[in-house]
Ligand binder design. Structure first.
Ligand code: DON
Length: 310
């Protein structure tokens, strides 16, 4: 299989696409991003990195950060986490509040905003917000082998000024006792985590431990095989919110999207893939990013549901 040729042709198709979706505008700083961008990077299990388009261009990882925050939180409290966050798809939008009242302030899963806010609360225990963000940045730099990863402060500020729904979610869960630190500290951590800027290349490298059963190709074990499997399962079932079923149907890989237009997708044993294009579809997931992964799955046979396996 000539992966370079496939990636090149996908990048060319996406460069020419006319319907690119709409850039997220509810975070004012993200609304300024040029919708013309498209990048793709694939880190393979045999140690190659294959990339195309704007694969070195940094973008706001937003909700993709929730995968790494979850990994850290499980490292701290293990399965205790599941007393405070569920593991079921919500069938609702990423920022929905509707289930929280009936379900006593326990969010459905760690990838909807409410769940990620609880995960942040867990990661904050014993730390100042700046230390917690520092821990996340060190983790991402270690995983990707790249020290050039940092927070885009303008994006963090922009969301701090406009994140009223997240404030509502956090306050609501604090009333149930499921957020334990002051809400402004938890949200400060959450907004900065979402505002981390990475390129497709950095993100594909950072995701390698999830394709390799919890092992980092150079540094060794990051998490157990079982935990990697479980995180992948959550990405498959909850990573695209109420469009997770459609993503599984079209792409068939555990994936996590972000409103910055990025998607991290994992093919266990084969590849860690990052795509980025800032225009979103109606469900808030990257329009061309999803299309690119769909084509990649078709051409490579990469899918957790496929017998072809690449
Ligand atoms: O909390 C928010 O609304 C954003 N910081 C992250 C949302 C997000 O990326 C949803 N993903 N598609």
């Amino acid at each position: 299989m000539d992966l370079w040729r496939i990636v090149e042709s996908i990048a060319e198709e996406m460069r020419q696409a006319s319907d690119r979706g709409a850039v997220a505008s509810y975070i004012p700083e993200l609304a300024k991003v040029d919708p013309a961008g498209f990048g793709i990077a694939i880190a393979t299990a045999d140690g190659r990195i294959v990339e195309g388009g704007d694969s070195g261009q940094g973008f706001s990882i937003q909700s993709i950060s929730k995968v790494f925050a979850l990994t850290l939180a499980l490292g701290k409290v293990g399965d205790q986490l599941w007393k405070r966050v569920g593991r079921e798809p919500s069938g609702n939008a990423f920022n929905s509040i509707v289930q929280l009242e009936q379900e006593h302030g326990i969010p459905r899963n760690p990838f909807i905003n409410a769940g990620a806010i609880v995960v942040c609360d867990v990661n904050l225990a014993g730390h100042q917000p700046r230390e917690s963000i520092g821990e996340m940045l060190r983790f991402l730099r270690y995983l990707s082998g790249d020290d050039g990863i940092s927070v885009d402060e303008a994006v963090a500020r922009s969301e701090t000024e406009t994140g009223f729904r997240n404030m509502a979610l956090a306050n609501y869960m604090r009333a149930f006792g499921n957020v334990r630190h002051p809400v402004d500290l938890v949200l400060g951590t959450y907004f900065h985590q979402c505002a981390i800027e990475m390129s497709c290349r950095q993100l594909a490298l950072a995701g390698r431990f999830l394709m390799m059963g919890g092992r980092h190709p150079e540094a060794g074990r990051v998490i157990s095989d079982r935990r990697a499997r479980r995180i992948n399962a959550l990405m498959l079932t909850c990573g695209h919110y109420d469009a997770s079923g459609d993503f599984a149907f079209r792409v068939g890989m555990p994936g996590k999207s972000g409103v910055g237009g990025g998607i991290l997708a994992i093919v266990p044993g084969q590849a860690s893939i990052a795509v980025w294009s800032p225009g979103l579809n109606a469900s808030g997931n990257s329009q061309l990013g999803t299309a690119a992964l769909e084509r990649l799955a078709e051409e490579t046979g990469w899918s957790v549901f496929s017998a072809r396996g690449g």
